[in-house]
Design a protein around this ligand. Structure first.
Ligand SMILES: Nc1ncnc2c1ncn2[C@@H]1O[C@H](COP(=O)(O)O)[C@@H](OP(=O)(O)O)[C@H]1O
Ligand SMILES: [Mg+2]
Length: 452
């Protein structure tokens, strides 16, 4: 049976980051070596290498054998992947708590962005938490993060209550870091540290070097409506997505439930409580470029400790290539993608099933794990897609055996800053080349007569 790429305990090997951003090691008996990490700006940093758990060693070696065929340096991102998966697990836990309280309470934790889309305390809390963790593990000085939320609104005088809520939630979440195999702060973070962690995510990406991209709560509308949303974290190096991690806390236990509003799942879950090992709902899916594999692990149950690989199993795209049997998914909001255009494409291609309308990058996860075969997004003319809305999903689908391109068949370009510059017409993901070609031909045939 396949096993995930590696297993390790990170809690004992956290690097200490001093005020000026330099990283030094706090060695413990669990350390067996050192690893050089090259960041955007040399000098090289030295971090400690995990001591691998003996029980995992044979599967690691097997995986490394298969990896070495596909990728020249598969081990290069192990530590980044390990920290990223654990951080996204923590973020899922944070979001679940906030969403539960949002649903049971009122709207007082919801603020409006200038564009009127709701943004919640969860966005800032996740961004602060993930940013803080990445800084601790990889050093603040060389850490570059492109993320959705900016700190200005949260720093304003009229947002003081919101800021208090964010600081409390971040500290509650980080206090649980050891449960996820990570090291939290020695004492609670203060307001300025939380604001600093959020504002550190101010990179604008680009073609060279290494940066992370984070969508702390993708599908904010789904989140505030108690429905699907995702936490998306990816690592981009020299313009290529090399790691993707996607947390999907509300992903249902049965794929057909994806099309129902999540409140039905909540009722069903209450009637059939999850067992500790069940894949009741929610998971974190992840992939490393060139590995030829994508994985998913269940969300950590409350009061459990994350023991790697946390029941992870591989995911693979669907083998369906007959459009008559395929399911396509698209955004719920018609403002985000033209439902009438995709209905025309579906007709042309012979897609017979009803579209699966789901908020957020959960759609990418659905393709990667074979619950749907096609994802299409055709935004209105002039809308520029952002890298954090796609990066993690793209690498996960590709490593699970699927394809993601623009609607002309070109790869998405993550090297041009925060936007997917040059994206032609729309975004298409599919389970394989046969379906993919059919979509592109259908788009070609109907584009000129469309209003897009
Ligand atoms: N007018 C528009 N057209 C296309 N996409 C849009 C849009 N306005 C917002 N979006 C993006 O669509 C994402 C939601 O995706 P979906 O529609 O698939 O649920 C939003 O992510 P956030 O919710 O993180 O802001 C946002 O980035
Ligand atoms: Mg988003």
């Amino acid at each position: 049976m396949d096993m995930p790429l590696y297993c390790s305990s990170l809690a004992a090997r956290v690097p200490h980051v001093s005020g000026d951003g330099r990283v030094s090691n706090k060695l413990t008996s669990n350390h067996v070596g050192s690893l050089f990490f090259q960041h955007q700006n040399p000098p090289k940093q030295i971090l400690s290498l995990p001591k691998f758990d003996q029980s995992c060693s044979s599967s690691i070696m097997e995986d490394q054998k298969s990896l070495s065929v596909a990728s020249p340096e598969p081990e290069k991102y192990y530590q980044e992947l390990d920290v990223a998966v654990r951080a996204v697990q923590m973020a899922c836990s944070l979001c679940q708590r906030v969403q539960d309280s949002l649903i049971s309470k009122s709207n007082d934790q919801i603020k409006s962005k200038d564009d009127n889309s709701p943004v919640t305390v969860a966005d800032w809390s996740v961004q602060a938490t993930v940013s803080w963790l990445l800084s601790e593990y990889f050093g603040r000085k060389n850490l570059s993060i492109v993320a959705e939320e900016d700190v200005q609104k949260l720093s304003r005088a009229d947002a003081s209550e919101l800021l208090v809520a964010v600081v409390n939630i971040v500290n509650e979440c980080l206090a649980e870091a050891p449960r996820f195999g990570l090291k939290g702060p020695d004492k609670d973070l203060g307001t300025s540290e939380v604001l600093e962690a959020i504002s550190h995510c101010n990179s604008s990406g680009g073609p060279t070097g290494r940066f992370w991209t984070l969508d702390p709560v993708d599908g904010t509308l789904g989140f505030v409506r108690g429905d699907q949303y995702a936490i998306a974290l990816a690592l981009i190096e020299d313009g290529e997505v090399v790691l993707g991690v996607l947390g999907c806390p509300n992903y249902p236990m049965r794929k057909e439930w994806l099309s129902y509003h999540h409140r039905y799942h909540r009722i069903i879950t209450k009637l059939t409580p999850p067992t500790s090992e069940s894949w009741d709902k929610g998971f974190v899916t992840y992939a490393m470029k060139g590995s030829g594999k994508a994985w998913m692990q269940p969300l950590l149950q409350s009061n459990k400790k994350l023991v790697w690989p946390n029941s992870a199993r591989p995911v693979r795209v669907s083998s369906i290539d007959d459009p008559g049997l395929a399911t396509f998914c698209e955004p719920v909001e018609r403002a985000n993608s033209s439902h009438s255009f995709t209905a025309g494409l579906a007709h042309t291609m012979g897609l017979r099933k009803q579209p699966l309308r789901v908020y957020s990058m959960v759609k990418y996860a659905a393709i990667a794990r074979g619950d749907a075969e096609i994802f299409m997004k055709f935004a209105r003319a002039g809308y520029k897609e952002k890298i954090w809305d796609h990066a993690a999903g793209v690498v996960i689908i590709q490593e699970a055996g699927g394809m993601v391109t623009d609607a002309r068949g070109n790869p998405l370009d993550f090297s041009k800053g925060i936007y997917l510059e040059g994206l032609d017409r729309g975004v298409i993901a599919s389970a394989g080349p046969k379906l993919h070609d059919k979509i592109i031909s259908a788009v070609d045939a109907s584009w000129d007569s469309s209003s897009l």
